[in-house]
Design a protein around this ligand. Structure first.
Ligand code: AMP
Length: 114
């Protein structure tokens, strides 16, 4: 399977502003931020989407939340609040087929504009 762009970031093949890395997940700045704080937290395992998760992935998926909380605090947005988004598939607006959580904040975000 060809490496995803996020696997290349995790491996350091593509440069990125890495904020966190452990055995299960990696966090880095989104290249096209949609808010003052826009960070992606990805599983190191290249799971294509939520439609491909298995029970063996539960630890890594849970880690996305604990790392989101840690980074929100580091970024100083934990008290005002923030948004976590996981896009799934074409209708969900997912562009990169490697499961990831968006951490967005730093301003009052508008409600969903469907
Ligand atoms: P999604 O639409 O949920 O798949 O989100 C993909 C996100 O990846 C978008 O917000 C992009 O701006 C971001 N992105 C794409 N390429 C890079 C990159 N090289 N470094 C950081 N973020 C990226």
């Amino acid at each position: 399977m060809e490496e995803t762009i996020f696997t290349k970031i995790i491996n350091g093949t593509i440069p990125s502003k890495i904020l966190y890395h452990d055995d299960l997940v990696t966090a880095f700045a989104d290249i096209a931020p949609k808010a003052p704080v826009h960070i992606l937290i990805v599983t190191n395992k290249p799971i294509p989407s939520v439609e491909h998760v298995e029970s063996e992935d539960e630890l890594a998926l849970g880690r996305l939340f604990t790392v989101a909380r840690k980074i929100a605090k580091e970024q100083g947005i934990n008290e005002d609040g923030y948004r976590l988004i996981v896009n799934v598939g074409e209708h969900g607006g997912q562009e990169v087929p490697h499961i990831h959580m968006h951490l967005l904040g730093g301003k009052k975000l508008s409600n969903f504009g469907f």
